[in-house]
Design a protein around this ligand. Structure first.
Ligand code: RTP
Ligand code: MG
Length: 141
């Protein structure tokens, strides 16, 4: 297995619930190192650009509205097989379908307010990481 990086976002619902620390603890316990992290308030342009692949989907407007509704924590996780390892920790998009013990099962309210984002491939990860972070903001161990 290769050491990879993935982009994680702790979404506005999870920030509002004060579970940033609990979510970060899950990453750390799973061997994913947080190598970059910042809190930001997204605007329509930044959130819409991030989710541009979903622009034609019926849920796009709600998605952008939700992602701009409060601050988010954007982070780069690094570790073995990081992309899939994080997707496993997150659980299914719809928290009602997420496996027990996953972040979404434990902290998400709905398919819209679903606590976290994680890149879905190494290609997406590279694009998403550079969307939020300059190289010098990433601090590998
Ligand atoms: P994310 O990109 O946020 O990590 O989530 P994901 O890969 O699990 O899901 P994706 O298909 O990329 O969808 C992005 C976000 O759009 C919302 N969504 N709503 N109402 C719906 O049918 C629907 N489908 C997706 C979710 O909030 C999802 O996280
Ligand atoms: Mg996605």
């Amino acid at each position: 297995m290769a050491v990879e990086r993935t982009l994680s976002i702790i979404k506005p619902d999870a920030v509002a619930k004060n579970v940033i620390g609990e979510i970060n603890a899950r990453f750390e316990k799973a061997g994913l190192n947080i190598v970059a992290m910042k809190m930001v308030k997204l605007d329509d342009e930044k959130a819409g650009g991030f989710y541009a692949e979903h622009k034609e989907r019926p849920f796009f407007k709600d998605l952008v509205e939700f992602m701009t509704s409060g601050p988010v924590v954007v982070q780069v996780l690094e570790g073995e097989n990081a992309v899939m390892a994080n997707r496993d920790l997150m659980g299914a998009t719809n928290p009602q379908e997420a496996a027990a013990g996953t972040i979404r099962a434990d902290f998400a309210n709905s398919i819209d307010a679903n606590a976290v984002h994680g890149s879905d491939s190494t290609e997406s990860a590279a694009r998403e990481i550079s969307y939020f972070f300059a190289d010098e903001e990433i601090c590998p161990r």
